[in-house]
Design a protein around this ligand. Structure first.
Ligand code: B12
Ligand code: SF4
Length: 499
């Protein structure tokens, strides 16, 4: 019997975990899978797919002749390209398309209104297999859990269900997709781009317990059916099995990124993890953390088996912004304490994210971020971002209610061309005094510049030229520091391999 083929397409993410889980599910159900990684990851200035790249994709669809094309749309920030791919498929083929991923889960109507036949909300593993079964056997799909579709003008959104609490049931993501290609720089390269990676990305849990107003996680969590917990953690064994597989296929791995919103904190999980990780993996690794979740004992244990970087969102030094706008309920003291614990755990690198320069932030709020940064325990790296208004997040309505934008203006921001969205993410302050405070916060991360920065704080406007020159110097220092950091991690990897 002819094997039915499903094509999976990931956008700007050659490591796309969601797609790799879908591949595992489809292969288990004996579907052939073709996976296309369209465009490389670029969080600074991604370029649109070129006409040639769309042609390469079109020709690949022609050759592969899948029965279903599945688009993974985790972010709204690349929609311009997703729309072009949808138009290209609809214009050239009569193949059903299904969309899924975080953005598609929150906004299924976006795709259904563009002529996409199906959207699957939340975990896609089981529902995509059911949909493929229904399409290949020509049976009814109307009752498939989590499926959304249109009849005439009416949108049907089936309840999200058949979602397991125990995500080990999904198995592990496919590390090396056997029939896959990477399209970028006007070239289609056969094979899984992940095989050549230096850093392997893994996620040991799904979901986050917090409710930050600018993030989709709480909105995604609220959609989960009763009885499914907001945070679902894999077993240590399942994570280690995946990493063993990754080491087998990706020979150049230097370190591992754990992309859990919060590294698992179930009782005993870390203890089992460190034993298994040391025994089987032994690579430097990085984790994300949260000021309210930093545990000194766990961190020290993780450091002992290779934890080399903790990345933590601080977002603002103003408790008003944190509590009333971002819905993050940590205090300044919690944040300072967390940085002290991270530093004392012996972790080699600490990176802290801030989101500055949004309409809710007054000059005084920005100054509070400056004064909080002075109190953080270093050495540290700062990542200063702007705020992206992401569709369906709580902060969107807050900004409309506060009168900063009309609904139409907000839509124009959220669905703006890609380059405008990424410029907003890396936004610099544009009003003069704010710009100077922003630059001073940035410079605080370099111990050598600290006393100079502090000498400007009583009257930044008077020192404008010096602050701008100091900032330019700090940017150069950041580039050198980046190289130093990477070199240290490579050395650490060599050391771990030898010991
Ligand atoms: C880890 C993570 C990353 C990692 C990804 C690592 C990797 N190897 O994939 C990194 C750090 C690289 C990353 C980057 C970005 N991220 Co991110 N990321 C996440 C996070 C925390 C978890 C995603 C994840 O891997 N989950 C585990 C996997 C297994 O689940 P999944 O991807 O959701 O896939 C499942 C389902 O969604 C579904 N599914 C997925 N695709 C499809 C397709 C079909 C057809 C079907 C049926 C189902 C389906 O089935 C999958 C298996 O169950 C989410 C938050 C969240 N809760 O989703 C944010 C999140 C997706 N990221 C977000 C953003 C904004 C970004 C960036 C744009 C950041 C930036 N400025 O550069 C980039 C964009 C990357 C891209 N190309 O799309 C936003 C997106 C919201 C939006 N409207 O844009 C989220 C929701 C967080 C937030 N702030 O709200 N991210
Ligand atoms: S802690 Fe991070 S992942 Fe969790 S809701 Fe807040 S921003 Fe989102």
């Amino acid at each position: 019997m002819e094997t039915k083929k499903v094509m999976l397409i990931a956008f700007y993410n050659p490591k796309a975990l969601g797609v790799r889980y879908l591949e595992t599910a489809l292969r288990r159900a004996e579907y052939a899978v073709r996976t296309v990684f369209l465009k490389d990851f670029n969080s600074v200035r991604p370029k649109k797919a070129t006409a040639r790249e769309l042609e390469l994709l079109r020709d690949d669809i022609q050759r592969q002749a899948p029965m279903l094309i599945a688009l993974s749309v985790m972010s709204s920030m690349y929609l311009e390209v997703v729309d072009e791919v949808i138009d290209m498929i609809r214009g050239n083929f009569d193949i059903p398309v299904v969309c899924g991923g975080a953005f598609a889960t929150l906004s299924p109507e976006y795709f259904l209104d563009r002529g996409v036949q199906f959207v699957i909300r939340s975990d896609g593993e089981r529902a995509i297999v059911r949909l493929a079964d229904a399409l290949s056997h020509r049976t009814a799909y109307a009752d498939i859990p989590s499926l959304c579709y249109k009849t005439g003008e009416e949108i049907h959104k089936n309840a999200i269900s058949d979602i397991p609490q125990n995500i080990d049931e999904y198995g592990m993501p496919t590390v090396n997709c056997p029939n896959s290609c990477f399209i970028d720089s006007d070239v289609l390269t056969e094979g899984d781009p992940q095989r050549n990676t230096l850093s392997y990305e893994v996620i040991a849990s799904r979901g986050c317990p917090f409710n930050c107003s600018y993030c989709s996680c709480s909105n995604l969590r609220r959609l989960l059916p009763d009885g499914v917990k907001g945070v679902r953690t894999r077993s240590v064994q399942s994570v280690i099995d995946e990493l063993i597989e990754a080491k087998k296929h990706c020979k150049k791995i230097v370190f591992v990124h754990f992309y859990d919103e919060i590294f698992p904190n179930l009782p005993g999980w870390a203890d089992e993890f460190i034993v298994q990780y040391k025994k089987h993996i032994n690579l430097p690794f990085t984790i994300w953390s949260h000021p309210k979740m930093v545990d000194p004992d766990v961190l020290k244990k993780l450091v002992s088996v290779g934890l080399c970087e903790v990345i933590m969102g601080i977002q603002s030094g103003s408790e008003h912004i944190l509590h009333d706008v971002f819905h993050r309920y940590e205090t300044q003291e919690d944040i300072v304490r967390a940085t002290k614990i991270i530093r004392e755990s012996g972790v080699f690198w600490c990176s802290y994210d801030f989101m500055l320069g949004h309409p809710f932030e007054s000059l005084d709020d920005l100054k509070e971020s400056y004064y909080l940064t002075k109190r953080l325990h270093g050495p540290l790296e700062l990542q200063l971002h702007g705020l992206n208004f992401l569709p369906k997040t709580d902060i969107v309505q807050m900004a409309i209610d506060a009168g900063y934008y009309t609904e139409e203006e907000m839509d124009a921001i959220m669905y703006a061309p890609m380059h405008e969205q990424f410029d907003a993410y890396w936004q610099r302050q544009n009003r003069q005094e704010r710009d100077l405070w922003y630059k001073m916060i940035y410079c605080l991360q370099f111990a050598r510049l600290r006393s100079k920065v502090e000498s400007f704080e009583s009257d930044p406007l008077k020192h404008e030229a010096e602050i701008r020159a100091m900032y330019d110097k700090a940017k150069k220092m950041a580039r050198l520091r980046y190289l130093y950091k990477k070199a240290r991690i490579v050395l650490k990897r060599l050391k771990l391999t030898v010991t």
